[in-house]
Design a protein around this ligand. Structure first.
Ligand SMILES: Cc1cc2nc3c(=O)[nH]c(=O)nc-3n(C[C@H](O)[C@H](O)[C@H](O)COP(=O)(O)OP(=O)(O)OC[C@H]3O[C@@H](n4cnc5c(N)ncnc54)[C@H](O)[C@@H]3O)c2cc1C
Length: 461
């Protein structure tokens, strides 16, 4: 048999974090003589950081290209046959092939595979309402979206911006627009911003955002976007009010992009994400893997499947998939639900379960909330920080932590993420040997203050 006949072909759908990490890792393990890699990307860019879009729009990052980790040319130079502006429109699982369409010419062709990686990401939720597509209304999912928003900001004379949605993308975009000198109103359906926190912690974010000059409108669903005579956006309407707007940014969440996979009969879970095993192989399919925003992940704290669209998971999934596709072995055990973001100087972090998650999982728990400071109280620059902690009743197992504060608050959540992953009790956490010096923390780190208080409450529970 000739070498070329023995060569396997890996097809990758989606050219960003999960897909190109998988392709690159597989290429590290298997050279072009053993494995041919064909990757399809319908957009203009590969391997870029959507996470950086708010900071590019806000002006902290100057150039779009700084957000691109690896260009199509760089991937090709590493032996990946990357087909840009080419959309996969069908997966034929039985025939082991995909049908792809050139986005510009419309030309279609089939490509067969021995192994397939689905890394199609997530699709932003777009409100089904009049005016949602009007000029001046923008999403921020892709670099093209970011550029279109920047073009609008450059053209628009008015300085009023409305952000729809107050999840982390909404609050990061509020900051970006503040930095650009806009008057910002955030319209939010939930009772408080950052619904990934409990409402009492979201309330702190709300107050801090108002302190930054952002107008927060909570409990308000947007019903339509109103346009002026020129067809451009002029206001956003809720049931009760109208908010004038020269530009509107939508940040109301995403859904897994699994339409192709579902049409091919691949298994999806209750959140519409593809279901995989620990090796990121699509359940029931030996030669198909999936990762990133298009899959559901196991929440190690609640034991339930969740959809969490974060780049941190997508990159890890890609590595695991690439190792397995390339003949190695790796697994992705699951997540504890850690996330960090900021709005101006306010840092917001969470890991583990909120109260409602814990209840939904059937757990009984205690909660504590403490106030502390980022540095020793006497040390210059010490700023207040609030830490909320949940621990299981009786066992004292840590269940979740939420932190809102200024500099040094956000990444403290990583202490709790490690403790959660290790299955620690709050009692055991109180003895953690964390670094201390006055410029870095009080002698009892705020996370340990919360753990001590939680341990006392567990003993009484
Ligand atoms: C504004 C913003 C800020 C963010 N900030 C953070 C952050 O701070 N921290 C964090 O962890 N995460 C953050 N994220 C999330 C992070 O960007 C995503 O989780 C990550 O990009 C997911 O990677 P992925 O490869 O799964 O999907 P994507 O990045 O969505 O890539 C999927 C790719 O597949 C392509 N594709 C889809 N279908 C097809 C098809 N049929 N044929 C060909 N190509 C196809 C798409 O064009 C896309 O390029 C942010 C996201 C946004 C939008």
């Amino acid at each position: 048999m000739s070498m070329s006949a023995a060569k396997e072909r890996l097809v990758v759908i989606g050219g960003d974090a999960a897909g190109m990490s998988a392709a690159s890792q597989a290429r590290r393990l298997k050279g072009p003589g053993e494995l041919e890699i064909v990757a399809f990307e319908r957009g203009h860019f590969t391997s870029y950081s959507a996470c950086g879009i708010p900071y590019w729009v806000g002006g902290d990052v100057e150039e779009r290209d700084e957000l691109i980790a690896r260009t199509p040319q760089e991937h090709r130079a590493r032996g990946i046959d990357l087909r840009m502006r080419t959309e996969v429109v069908e997966i034929d699982v039985a025939g082991q092939r995909v049908r792809a369409r050139d986005v510009d010419s419309g030309a279609e062709s089939w490509t067969s595979y021995d192994k397939l990686v689905i890394a199609t990401g997530a699709r932003p939720i777009r409100p089904d309402m009049p005016g949602a597509d009007a000029p001046g209304v923008h999403g921020v999912q892709t670099l093209d979206d970011g550029q279109a928003l920047l073009d609008t900001l450059a053209r628009t004379r008015g300085r009023r911006a409305v952000v729809v949605g107050a999840g982390y993308i909404g609050v990061e975009m509020a900051e970006a627009l503040i930095n650009r000198g806009y008057e910002v109103t955030v319209v939010n359906r939930g009772s408080e911003p950052m619904s990934t926190l409990d409402a009492d912690m979201g309330r702190l974010v709300h107050e801090a955002m108002e302190g930054l000059g952002i107008t927060m409108v909570n409990g308000a669903g947007v019903t339509k976007v109103l346009t002026g005579e020129d067809g451009r956006v002029r206001a956003v309407a809720t049931e009760d009010a109208e908010y004038p707007a020269d530009v509107v940014v939508l940040g109301i969440g995403v859904r897994p992009e699994t339409s192709l996979a579902r049409a091919a009969g691949l298994p999806v879970g209750q959140h519409d994400g593809l279901l995989t095993d620990l090796a990121m192989r699509v359940r029931g399919h030996e030669n198909i893997w999936a990762g990133g925003d298009c899959v559901e992940v196991l929440d190690l704290v609640s034991g339930q499947e969740r959809h969490i669209a974060l780049g941190t998971h997508a990159n890890k999934h890609g590595q695991v998939i690439g190792a397995n596709v390339g003949g190695g072995y790796a697994t992705f055990p699951g997540v504890v639900g850690t996330a960090v973001s900021k709005v101006c100087d306010l840092e917001i972090a969470r890991t583990g379960l909120r109260e409602k998650d814990a209840r939904r999982a059937g757990l009984q728990f205690v909660t504590v909330t403490i106030e502390s400071t980022s540095r020793a109280g006497y040390y210059p620059g010490a700023s207040p920080m609030t830490v909320k902690m949940l621990a299981e009743r009786r066992t004292g197992r840590l269940l979740g932590v939420q932190i809102v504060g200024r500099e040094g608050a956000g990444k403290r959540v990583d202490i709790a993420a490690v403790a959660l992953t290790a299955g620690m009790t709050v009692e055991a956490m109180t003895a953690l040997d964390l670094g201390y010096a006055p410029p870095f923390s009080p002698v009892w780190d705020p996370v340990l203050v919360a753990a001590r208080k939680a341990a006392l409450k567990v003993r009484a529970s």
